[in-house]
Design a protein around this ligand. Sequence first.
Ligand code: DGJ
Length: 734
Amino acid sequence: MKIQDCLLPALALLATLPMNAELVDISTAKTSLILDAEKGSPLKVLYYGDRLDARDKDVLRDAGGMNLNAYPVYGLYPQAEAALSVTHADGNRTTDVAVTDIKTSTENNGASVTTVCMTDKAYPFDVNLNYRTYPDQDVIETWVEIKNREKGTVTLNRFMSGYLPVRYGDVWLSSLYGTWADEANLTEEPLPHGVRMIKNKDGLRNSHTSHGEIMLSLDGKPRENSGRVIGAALCYPGNYKLFIDTDDTNFHHLFAGINEENSEYHLKKGETFTTPELALTYSDEGLSGVSRNFHKWGRKYRLHAGDKERKVLLNSWEGVYFNINEEVMAGMMEDIASMGGELFVMDDGWFGDKYPRDVDNSTLGDWVVDTNKLPNGINGLLETAKKNGVKFGIWIEPEMTNTVSELYENHPEYIIKAPNREVVKGRGGTQLVLDMANPKVQDIVFTVVDTLMTKYPEIDYIKWDANAPIMEHGSQYLTADNQSHLYIDYHNGLIKTLNRIREAHPDVTIQACASGGGRVNWGILPWFDEFWCSDNNDALQRVYMQWGTSYFFPAIAMGSHISASPNHQTFRRIPTKFRADVAMSGRLGLEMQPRDMNDEDKDICRQAINDYKAIRPIVQFGDLYRLQSPYDKKGVASLMYVTPEKDDAVFYWWKIETFMGQQLPRIPMAGLDPDKMYTVTELNRIDNEPLPFEGKSFTGRYLMSNGLEMPLTYKVDYHKNTDYSSRVLRLTAK
Ligand code: DGJ
């Protein structure tokens, strides 16, 4: 994050706008945010929505309506909610900021940043609002820098990243809620009067329950492919708070930022506090339109290596859990290679010398190979991988330790712990969290990755896990008067460490996993190539979880694995074809012991991998159109990906319940070129005979108005039919 200090003339990049240019236009290709920046007054927000015609801009103030402070501060008129609340060095709890300057700059990647500088009318205390846009995106990133030039320490009591008023109306909130193994459930509700709050206080994993991203549908009940929708995503990996206050004004007031509870921040004289970014987007193409905006922006500017295809992998976890040994790993590598996979990932259980990691109650922090399990070490595994023509990946959980570990024995001072209390322990009854606020711990975590990558540069992939919340409020590193900094400094330390890691090792693929889907957020993804959405691999439940996740995150980053049947979490039995058809709508992988599969199932997986490789660019880089929501309870869910050129598409159809006499809706497609002819090919086909439309060509117009009729069952030998059916169709334009 770059600090734009309006008071530093040394930043030659910045060009000052003439001060009579009071309207600040933060426009993207299709959207505009218009601010009124009159010198000596607080910054106002006048408009956010469709890109504004210049002629309307000139008379915008006269149209009436929005004219609210762009960043409400606390103290004068304290009845209303504020984005910023501070206690000045002299104890004054009021703040009153006014515009002093407007600057613009261009970043190396072509992004433009507009900075509106504001200073308190009575205190040397600055609040700079930043707005970043990209020439090719419809996302605006906004964040705030708060600088203390007072004589003593200023305490920040609330310090949101952004605020946006939305005209009062039939506005609906779409947000995600869940729990471990049931992440990213979609909730849709009209905004009530009063406050609707979405928050996280885990300290470390921030997306198991609620998510720091929302959508607001402005035209009543949310629709996937029509209607005006605003999207907001807080780009932060730690505790957050988003709330919408619908008060007695004509507005719903959206606030989003770090959760300030128990986190007041002491800003010493001369220090600047920078909030995380809030990414805002707008689309008149419904919820899917907002998703596409987030996906496109994320892949290009936010997700690590968002332009590189992801490999098809086998992860060892559900296949063998902790029962890792050289022979079993070799077998798995051979099997995934034989099915066309490209990468094998050895999960938990490979490490420990004094304390071997055989179950989940020891050894985190002791990142040395268990030579009893792996006599030839990582090098032996790398050789086997090479022999099989697959890449090799490895699991770590570097922010953690256990009471039973050499790391903890030698350095009990490195863990998060409150004084005079017995330490609170997590997973396995022994897990502890290392204090990332401590630079020595940051070094240790950096060294875990650096040592692995330096000793074994051929490691292609790291699964970075984090299986605990911050379990007590206490830093052994921070001073007594700065204990409230723990949650924020933890993440500052983590980000510092990730920056070091990426500088040294830019090419290794890293997955963000945190007890499944605990780290699915745009605050962590600049350093990670993908995330694990859930420890629940049940294909039916994944239809729902991946649907919700896709609201804000692209398929390229969404690990999605074919696992065993019966499923290890729900014990549901789902045929391989359906499991494969669901998994291949994200970043395809397998998570099972291939030796437990019969030849027929292996063939289905082999075919799925092969077909996936062909459609991978469409899934991983295409535009998502969600068509039929599983939450609508119509018995079927459906979505599709279309290339930006609209010359290739993949359509997914999953029947999610089965009753006799069921009348399923026919699903019109979306996102195609109405005038192009698309030839239909079914992928992952198991029927004895092709579907009637196999190989036939239809106009995009017909497909988007009518869709194609999907049979409810397969044409297979009687004993092979099941209560599940699904279809994956490729649509190739001539
Ligand atoms: C939790 C993760 O979500 C799982 O995939 C697996 O890696 C385990 N941790 C290993 O302990």
